[in-house]
Ligand binder design. Structure first.
Ligand SMILES: [Cu+2]
Length: 151
């Protein structure tokens, strides 16, 4: 009698476990809006992913030259050094940032309704380390900043 009850429960548990591993969070959508806000302040990816993708869309109606949005991924401990390197002379496609290993991944500045899939190999990320994603448009990163973690 005991087995008759436990077997279906165990079967449901196994199915749930299998479905979860297939739907592991390896790709997450993110938007930047007119109010200088990201749609999330926390991005949780699964450490089982070989790479992660941030599917970014700028939903603002402001031209990228006036207030573009992008996504930069770095260690939180490199954030201050990187914001000090922001210089428009580096160009919009580079997010105003120079080439530096402190940038783990970045997108160009996007204008209204533009999208960009930022893919990062998880070999560049450690579980338990605090990473941040932020917009490198001058004046934006005070608000447009969130945490990225591998769980
Ligand atoms: Cu921005």
């Amino acid at each position: 009698m005991k087995n008759l009850i436990l077997t279906p429960i165990f079967a449901i548990f196994l199915v749930t476990l299998t479905l979860n591993s297939f739907s592991a969070d390896c790709s997450i959508s993110l938007e930047g809006n007119n109010m200088m806000q990201f749609s999330s302040t926390q991005l949780n990816f699964s450490s089982s992913c070989s790479d992660i993708t941030i599917k970014f869309k700028n939903t603002s109606n402001l031209a990228k030259e006036i207030a573009g949005h992008n996504v930069v991924v770095s260690k939180d401990s490199d954030f201050d050094a990187l914001t000090n390197m922001v210089d428009p002379s580096n160009g919009m496609d580079e997010g105003f940032l120079p080439s530096t290993p402190m940038v783990i991944g970045k997108t160009p500045f996007l204008g209204p309704n533009e999208t960009y899939d930022l893919k990062i190999s998880t070999s560049k990320l450690n579980s338990g380390q605090t990473y941040v994603f932020w917009c490198s448009y001058p004046g934006h990163w005070g608000i447009m900043k969130g945490n990225l973690v591998l769980n």
